[in-house]
Design a binder for this molecule. Structure first.
Ligand code: HEM
Length: 300
């Protein structure tokens, strides 16, 4: 299995963990199909929801690799990115295939639906993006495209945003999970923006980022319900302060954001020096660090 090895030829623990983790949802879904655990009335639709879910979470997880390797001083985590990105593509491809099955391979109907239903059009654009990234994720393509490869792979951020919008738009009632994914995406995009602009993302910046993203998440949730159900947005927003209704998506963003900050701080006492505490030097080197989901260090 060469895709689980490092360039040196040795096994890569990061790649193995990413691969095993990415296989778990597929095995779980296969088990549910085999044991007849899917909704008997609409098993294919349930599988569509599951695979869409795995695809969007994997895209977002792949975006977390760069911040994680900086915050925990673990450059080798980059080895996980290609596996996570390709896995996201595989789940999205299965998701699309299952949609064909659900629509009984009625090609004209499928084309029409994708053209007229805006949430499907958005999903389709995201899928095309994932195909482009997966097709260019081989070592050969990385070499062939050179500097253009980095530029191309930046579209992973757009894909993640489109995936989350598609998720929110297709959700009929409870948008809790979709808003939660959006909240984590806010944090990851915010971290990247900070890293590019101020370079030295200190722990105080991380805490500020977490509070801003939690507030944005609460606003996004309130606005969505306000716009789609007619319930006053301020009443939905106020639910975030009602502890009987906790945890809300904004709370999860707070818990995970502050948890990561604390973990990074604690990790720095293990003799590692995460870039959050580094000065100018980190600014120069990490500004050049590669980014993107289906991205690898050349040859890794
Ligand atoms: C042409 C491409 C795509 C089509 C035709 C498509 C179609 C669908 C359909 C039919 C649903 C279920 C809607 C319902 O039952 O009412 C769905 C849900 C979903 N899709 Fe897609 N999709 C596409 C691409 C994508 C991509 C690329 C992603 C992720 C990056 C994605 C993520 C999701 C998610 C997260 C859900 C909701 C899952 C849940 O309810 O938990 N889809 N999609």
């Amino acid at each position: 299995m060469p895709f689980l090895r490092e360039r040196s030829g040795g096994w890569s623990p990061e790649k193995i963990i990413a691969f095993a983790g990415a296989c778990v949802p597929a095995l779980w879904l296969a088990w549910r199909v085999w044991s007849g655990d899917l909704n008997p009335a609409r098993p294919v639709n349930e599988a569509i929801h599951s695979t869409g879910n795995y695809a969007v979470w994997l895209v977002v997880t792949s975006l977390a690799v760069s911040p994680a390797r900086r915050l925990f001083g673990a450059p080798k985590l980059v080895n996980m990115r290609r596996t996570l990105g390709v896995a996201a593509f595989c789940y999205a491809a299965l998701h699309f295939t299952l949609y064909f099955v659900q629509e009984k391979f009625d090609f004209p109907k499928i084309v029409t639906e994708i053209a007229i239903r805006i949430y499907l059009t958005i999903g389709f654009v995201a899928l095309i993006g994932l195909i482009a990234l997966a097709a260019t994720s081989t070592d050969g393509m990385i070499k062939r495209l050179g500097a253009r490869w980095n530029t191309l792979h930046k579209i992973v951020y757009v894909i993640a945003i489109l995936g989350v919008i598609h998720f929110m738009m297709q959700t009929k009632l409870d948008i809790t999970e979709a808003v939660m994914v959006a909240g984590f995406l806010f944090w990851l995009l915010g971290y990247r923006l900070m890293h590019r602009t101020i370079g030295d993302v200190t722990y105080l910046w991380l805490i500020a980022l977490t509070f801003v993203c939690a507030a944005l998440t609460a606003v996004a949730e309130a606005s969505w319900y306000g716009a789609t159900t007619g319930v006053p947005a301020w009443r939905v927003f106020a639910v975030n302060f009602d502890w009987d209704m906790a945890p809300r998506p904004a709370h999860w963003v707070l818990i995970v954001g502050l948890g990561v900050t604390l973990a990074s701080f604690a990790w720095s006492f293990r003799g590692q020096r995460p870039s959050a505490r580094k000065g100018q030097k980190a600014r120069k080197t990490s500004a050049k660090a590669p980014s993107g989901a289906i991205q690898v260090q050349s040859g890794s």
